[in-house]
Design a protein around this ligand. Structure first.
Ligand SMILES: [Zn+2]
Length: 492
């Protein structure tokens, strides 16, 4: 029997602002859509957290035995510099600045996105459609919205008529905004806007002469508005109504509000049953921003080449750190917090490495079934990974007692205990199995030894030997870096 039949999963629905029992539209099947990245720059660590949150959801749904179709798009056109439907296309701008083709920008940062997500052990989605691959579908939706009288054309561009929609529907249903507050512009309008009302948003924009990413349409040579692609692709791959729609908290308004308005108008039904929003990551208590330098790239975390953290951290430790917070809470990224997580992560991995050497007996001195149930209770309560991790630390305590002979476990319980720990740690939390490649620990020990010998050589002014150690390590792909705190190394 599938596990989901034995468990009652509850999901916090951003639409009702309540935890609700999860019942999929088709029993045993889940359709999930998550807004993907706009591929015009290296993936932001905050985005990594968002996608990791939905990776946890994807993994747990699969663990429960659901057949999940997970769709996550790639925005490769149409995302302008600001929410006011003005400014340059982000990808076209990067292409102009770097003097390359927009598709070269798209290719470079799509590859970067996939590489980074894989380093953090995220499972790829079932379908990863692109905006440029669905221009035809988007044009069809615009035609339907115009036909229904909820969009209008001005000078080759088409806008969604938010005020008219709001006469019969509630624009703001998800974000809780009133129509008066729902202005797609933080700046004062200068009267040059083509929109009837500042609340309206673009479905199609006419391209000016220098805009290279353009497609023919009944209205003009142009490009689709950013919000439209998600309505087109979610409907195409998951149907008019589907189970879960996720994204970062910052997408609630205007992006998701616009998706609801577009899909409701086109399909006549509300598109999503459970809306899920992942919270943001701050860095040393401040919002992450490239402009202020309060920002860090994943590669800089792994190499230690940054001014923010005291030492390098592995992707496994960063993943563990992120999952120690609930996906709906703000999480602060700092060296101290990561160091604490690194210790906890090492303890957990150490306990897992002891599991195969434990021996079962006749009786258990602790209730394995009750503990296992608590693990499921945690995840069934809106994917509460920090509570699950607390349960796993209870298991670590038991492993250590068993190892010291201060606790006992029956043979059948030991099997359940081992299997439950492994499946929650590796399948559900998705932590990389570092016990499987502890060669890297041994390699670290060997390099540390060479660093020590090189230091002795330098203290003895034996520059030839010290250079030899350094250069031969470089040939093996290991770089030494001398700093105030001593010598560290990176492996390429
Ligand atoms: Zn979206």
């Amino acid at each position: 029997m599938e596990l989901y039949k034995e468990h009652q999963l509850k999901i916090y629905n951003s639409l009702s602002k309540k935890k609700e029992v999860f019942t999929p539209i088709v029993e045993g099947n889940v359709g999930m859509y998550v807004c993907g990245p706009t591929v015009y720059s290296n993936v932001h660590l905050g985005n990594v957290r968002t996608f990791m949150s939905f990776d946890l959801v994807f993994r747990y749904l699969k663990h429960l035995g659901f057949k999940v179709r997970y769709v996550r798009n790639i925005t490769d056109a149409g995302h302008l510099e600001n929410d006011a439907d003005e400014g340059e296309d982000r990808i076209a701008k990067k292409a102009r600045l770097e003097q390359i083709e927009p598709m070269e920008v798209v290719q470079r940062y799509t590859v970067d996105f996939h590489t980074i997500l894989q380093q953090f052990n995220n499972i790829p989605p079932s379908i990863e459609p692109t905006a440029t691959g669905h221009i035809v579908e988007q044009i069809e939706i615009i035609k339907e919205i115009i036909e229904k009288g909820l969009a209008y054309e001005v000078n080759g561009s088409v806008y969604f008529d938010v005020l008219k929609y709001n006469e019969t529907e509630h624009y703001g249903i998800l974000s809780g905004r009133n129509i008066e507050d729902s202005v797609h512009n933080t700046r004062v309008l200068d009267g040059q806007s083509e929109k009837k009302n500042p609340q309206d948003f673009a479905l199609w924009k006419k391209a000016d002469e220098r805009h290279i990413m353009r497609w023919p349409s009944p209205w003009s040579d142009g490009f689709p508005g950013w919000h439209l692609e998600c309505s087109a692709m979610s409907t195409k791959y998951l149907g008019k109504q589907f189970d879960i729609h996720g994204g970062g908290m910052d997408l609630k308004f205007p992006h998701h509000e616009c998706e609801i308005a577009q899909s409701k108008t086109t399909n006549g039904v509300y598109p999503v049953n459970y809306w899920m929003h992942a919270n943001m990551l701050t860095l040393n208590g401040q919002k992450m921003a490239k402009s202020t330098g309060n920002n860090i790239l994943p590669d800089e975390i792994f190499s230690g080449d940054n001014t923010i953290l005291n030492k390098p951290f592995t992707a496994g430790v960063v993943r563990f750190f992120m999952l120690q917070a609930n996906y709906r809470s703000i999480l602060d990224f700092s060296s101290t917090a990561l160091e604490a997580s690194e210790k906890g992560h090492a303890k957990l991995m150490e306990a897992i490495s002891f599991l195969p050497s434990l021996i079962g007996g006749n009786e258990s001195s602790f209730d394995v079934q009750a503990w296992k149930q608590k693990c499921y209770d945690a995840m069934n309560d809106d994917f509460n990974s920090p509570i699950l991790i607390a349960q796993l630390f209870d298991a670590v305590k038991q492993v250590n007692l068993l190892k010291e002979g201060r606790a006992t476990i029956s043979t059948s319980d030991l099997e359940i205990f081992t299997q439950t720990i492994n499946s929650f740690v590796f399948d559900v939390l998705g932590l990389p199995n570092e016990a499987a490649n502890n060669h890297s620990d041994k390699l670290g020990g060997v390099v540390e030894l060479l660093i020590k010998l090189r230091k002795e050589a330098r203290d003895n002014k034996d520059w030839a030997l010290s250079d030899q150690i350094r250069n031969e390590l470089v040939e093996l792909g290991i770089q030494l870096k001398d700093g105030k705190e001593g010598t560290s190394f990176t492996v390429s």
